[in-house]
Design a protein around this ligand. Structure first.
Ligand code: PLP
Length: 403
């Protein structure tokens, strides 16, 4: 059975060029970049070059790049370091659709005597900017809004929010884990103070992340230890992965155009094809401001998990909700925040493509998904002979279901 991997927002294939670039740093080039001798020095030089490549991808200065272990650590680090830098301020603003790396952190903060405002989104997943503006107060230490949503791909106006935050003397952080490598990012002219990214979402390995810290941003470190990363994150550098991420950043610089043209065209073909064949199906998320690779599609009156199992048996790897929430039968918090009706949120599947996907793969999905949905609907109590049973409301909301 062939593998059709369309779950790239969960993780990506490590590019062969990245594996090759990392190889020597697992074997002969094992020196510590902090060592005084020539052996460590040559590794230090390679780390410096990788840092420059990483910085170039997001229009940053190499000194503004701090390596971490993952996107989650970068997110935690950004928020904690800011709160520690402004101990007199006790208010945090974020959104209702963040990844658990922020979502669960602010839940924890709420229990630790911080005030948290979670700004809502509309039916298309767009942020309520009036709510965000009104929430800012003298007590606000940090605003954290993701650059792009991992489930729907909706892109948020982070540059505008960063300007707003700066005018009010508030630090702005963005979780750009899903955006980096998929859409152009240039921090040179922006007011974004802190930005998180993760290697395994852009064809580098799992276990490496970056926190961008704009020059001049107050930052009391979260991971305290040695003097590495100019005292902003203790711990001996993960040299092979830093080198790998540098290579991945270089590849991404060259592939962003392909992401926004060829990959987007494949995604659009997939969406159009599925929606035209399958009744009672819909795309979740703003059609204008969306990542080029992501498609969250709801197939009403079928369970997302059942669809995934059937697709998996056909070799198609997709996701329902985020990887972290799949496995639970609760519809995703993102779709619930958008007010997607229960019957649609429950039957949502996320397809997320990469430059490694081909037209043949999309054709294979288009050939097999409609039959899968039809089969599952044939055993649904709401569905008979290709349509909803009379007396059943399309998009009915299950009583008591969280919206
Ligand atoms: N933020 C977003 C938007 C994500 O999609 C993810 C991973 O899915 C993370 C943070 C966490 O990144 P990591 O897996 O590197 O900890």
């Amino acid at each position: 059975m062939k593998t059709i991997y369309v779950d790239n927002n969960a993780t990506t294939r490590t590019a062969p060029e990245v594996v090759e670039a990392m190889q020597p740093y697992f074997s002969e080039l094992y020196g510590n970049p902090s060592s005084m001798h020539f052996f460590g020095g040559q590794v230090e030089k390679a780390v410096k070059e990788a840092r420059a490549k990483m910085a170039a991808l997001i229009g940053a200065d190499p000194e503004e790049i701090v390596y971490t272990s993952c996107g989650t650590e970068s997110d935690n680090s950004a928020i904690w370091a800011t709160l520690r830098s402004y101990p007199e301020k006790r208010h945090v603003i974020t959104t209702r659709v963040e990844h658990p790396a922020i979502n669960n952190l602010v839940n924890y903060l709420r229990q630790s005597d911080y005030r948290v405002t979670e700004v809502g989104v509309d039916r298309e997943g767009r942020l309520n900017m009036d709510h965000l503006r009104d929430a800012i107060s003298e007590d606000t230490a940090v605003i954290s809004v993701m650059w792009a949503n991992n489930e729907t791909g909706v892109v948020f106006p982070v540059e505008e929010i960063a300007e707003l935050a700066t005018r009010h003397g508030v630090v702005f952080h963005t979780d750009a884990v899903q955006a980096v490598g998929k859409i152009p990012i240039n921090l040179k002219e922006s007011k974004i103070a802190l930005l998180s990214l993760s290697g395994h979402k852009l064809h580098a390995p799992k276990g490496i992340g970056v926190l961008y810290i704009r020059k001049g941003t107050k930052f009391k470190p979260f991971v305290v230890g040695g003097h590495q990363e100019k005292g902003r994150r203790g711990g001996t550098e993960n040299v092979p992965y830093i080198i790998g991420l540098g290579k991945a950043a270089e590849l991404a610089m060259n592939s962003i155009e392909e992401e926004t043209t060829r990959v987007k065209a494949l995604r659009d073909k997939l969406e159009k094809g599925l929606l035209s064949i399958i009744p009672n199906s819909m795309v979740n998320g703003d059609s204008k401001n969306r990542l080029p690779n992501t498609s969250s599609i709801s197939f009403e009156y079928v369970e997302g998990e059942s669809i995934l199992i059937h697709l998996s048996n056909l070799g198609i790897c997709a996701s329902s909700g985020s990887a972290c929430t799949s496995g639970s039968l609760e519809p995703s918090h993102v779709l619930r925040a958008m007010g997607v009706p229960f019957t649609a949120a429950h039957g949502s599947v996320r397809f997320s493509l990469s430059v490694y996907n081909t037209e043949e793969e999309i054709d294979y999905i288009l050939e097999h998904v409609p039959g899968t949905i039809e089969k599952l609907r044939s055993i649904s109590p709401f569905w008979k002979d290709g349509s909803l049973l009379t007396g059943t409301t399309s998009c009915a909301v299950k009583p008591g279901a969280p919206q």
